[in-house]
Design a protein around this ligand. Structure first.
Ligand SMILES: NC(=O)c1ccc[n+]([C@@H]2O[C@H](COP(=O)([O-])OP(=O)(O)OC[C@H]3O[C@@H](n4cnc5c(N)ncnc54)[C@H](O)[C@@H]3O)[C@@H](O)[C@H]2O)c1
Length: 337
């Protein structure tokens, strides 16, 4: 069997491609390289192009009639950019998802796993989210992902498409075998800032120590990207059990949402302590006031993923920090610019 991975030359899509390959499922990568890197698709079947290009999708399915499932990762993902240029975000994440879904249906490719975000939930008082939590997306990026889910669910009901939507929050780390990782040398999340502070030899600032969390610092659901990738591979392996085929040909398909997360999250202080545990006392952190726009954060209850996918995270936060640091050195060798 083969799997089509849109955005398969990006951070998460390339890791997913490696996870499938390790299970004997051949990845077919489709990526426009708008943010992806050709080096991340090296050695894989790779089509450079746009998910909205119907002729290209038809060609891919002619070339690979044994594609059994499509993993849809292609997207624009930078929240501040989505606020200054929402048109582009809705065009790529929403309109092109609609086009892609049409091309899949036309080609009889009825199984899709959608890379989505748990950032669309309104967290409960303890800051946890489940699949039942209310939806309250906070920015155009997150709204574009939520609207894409709504349109996919409608297409499922009408055209027999079947979709598993996997929602998660903050993937970190890199492929443990250092084939791929983050493209950017300056990730904006707290771990990226910690690596930067460590490399510059300046203290990391823990911004905000009065949040309603277990230690007063903000909380995120950092999760190793390989654990995320394993969940995609598992969802593909179990696809027909999770979303059974229509009872009659052409009948309505199904739509399932599954959250991926750690179940307790990591506070900024916990992350800083773990970082020091990995690199030693040369890393220092100091407290500072919260910055405008900072948010307390949330973490994901993964009970449904455990039940339906038999999945739970295997890597620790220390593993993810170690792999991020290794990748930071490795990306320079690979010249991932
Ligand atoms: N990184 C996160 O924190 C995070 C969290 C939750 C969900 N997600 C979702 O995971 C998915 C992958 O994210 P990522 O972090 O790997 O981002 P990324 O930018 O590394 O990967 C996205 C890939 O999509 C490609 N792409 C974009 N538009 C395209 C188009 N029109 N046609 C073909 N290819 C196109 C890019 O070139 C890139 O390789 C996204 O759908 C994102 O919404 C990411």
């Amino acid at each position: 069997m083969k799997v089509l991975i849109t955005g398969g030359a990006g951070f998460i899509g390339s890791t997913i491609a490696s996870a499938f390959a390790e299970r004997g499922v051949t990845p077919v990568v489709l990526d426009s390289l708008v943010t992806g890197r050709a080096a991340f698709a090296a050695g894989k079947i790779f089509y450079t192009g746009d998910i909205g290009d119907g002729a290209l999708l038809d060609q891919i399915f002619r070339d690979h009639p044994d594609i059994g499932v499509t993993v849809h990762c292609a997207a624009l993902i930078v929240v501040p950019d989505s606020m200054t240029d929402p048109h582009r975000y809705y065009q790529v994440n929403l309109a092109k998802t609609l086009e892609l879904a049409g091309h899949l249906v036309r080609n009889g490719a009825d199984r899709m796993i959608f890379a989505s975000t748990a950032g669309m939930y309104r967290p409960g008082p303890d800051l946890s989210v489940t699949e039942e939590s209310g939806l309250e997306p906070q920015n155009p990026y997150t709204r574009s992902k939520m609207m894409a889910e709504l349109l996919l669910a409608d297409l499922c009901a009408a055209y027999g498409l079947r979709v598993v939507s996997l929602r998660y929050l903050n993937p970190i780390g890199a492929d443990p075998r250092m084939r791929t990782g983050l493209q950017s040398s300056k990730p904006t999340h707290a771990l990226g800032k910690m690596i930067e502070s460590y490399e510059l030899g300046v203290p990391f600032k823990i911004t905000g120590v009065d949040w309603p969390t277990r230690d007063g610092t903000a909380i995120r659901d950092y999760i190793h990207v390989w654990d995320i990738a394993r969940a995609f591979a598992e969802a593909a392996a179990r696809f027909d059990a999770i979303v059974p085929p229509p009872a009659r040909p052409g009948g309505p398909g199904g739509y399932q949402v599954i959250n991926l997360g750690t179940g307790d999250g990591t506070t900024v202080r916990e992350l800083a302590d773990a970082f020091r545990g990995v690199v030693g006392d040369r890393f220092q952190a100091e407290e500072a006031p919260a910055r405008p726009g900072d948010v307390v954060g949330a973490y994901v209850d993964p009970a449904k993923a455990h039940e339906l996918l038999g999945w739970k995270p295997e890597y620790t936060i220390e593993d993810a920090i170690r792999h991020s640091l290794q990748w930071s050195a490795r990306r320079r060798e690979l010249d991932v610019v």
